[in-house]
Unconditional design. Structure first.
Length: 140
């Protein structure tokens, strides 16, 4: 499989992961994160989403110099996407550790939700800007 084919597969996986993480995020917002099962589903989907993001970055940049390469991106949306991804990940870890200890929604979890929604909005914009990439290659 070529690098472009891997990027296209990864991109489609991210589209599906974004859809599912958004749906589970809305479910948690509506129910105030009261259901342990829904929180666990959100954590699992979020973990898969994060792993897919790492694969996406690896396909673009390899294992070295991610921060420097992301800082040099021409698109401010891509740079902000990286910043909000990091904030979302950090707040997710803090909220998860709090939740494991108390099984209750925390202020950090609320912040994580808001930051996460901004991240998802930026990710959708990032994808829409590159929508032509998702179309299958035409046969010559």
């Amino acid at each position: 499989m070529s690098r472009v084919e891997k990027l296209r597969l990864c991109g489609w996986m991210l589209v599906f992961a974004t859809t599912f993480i958004l749906a589970s995020s809305l479910q948690l917002e509506v129910t105030d994160s009261r259901s342990i099962v829904w929180v666990l589903i959100h954590v699992i989907i979020g973990s898969l989403f994060f792993a897919n993001i790492v694969w996406h970055l690896y396909l673009h940049f390899g294992w070295k110099s991610w921060i420097q390469r992301l800082r040099k991106q021409k698109s401010p949306v891509t740079r902000w996407l990286a910043v909000f991804a990091l904030f979302t990940l950090i707040s997710a870890l803090v909220a998860l550790f709090h939740w494991i200890d108390t099984y209750t929604h925390s202020p950090v979890g609320a912040i994580h939700g808001k930051v996460g929604f901004v991240f998802i909005a930026l990710a959708i914009g990032h994808t829409v800007k590159r929508i032509k990439f998702f179309k299958f290659a035409r046969k010559s």
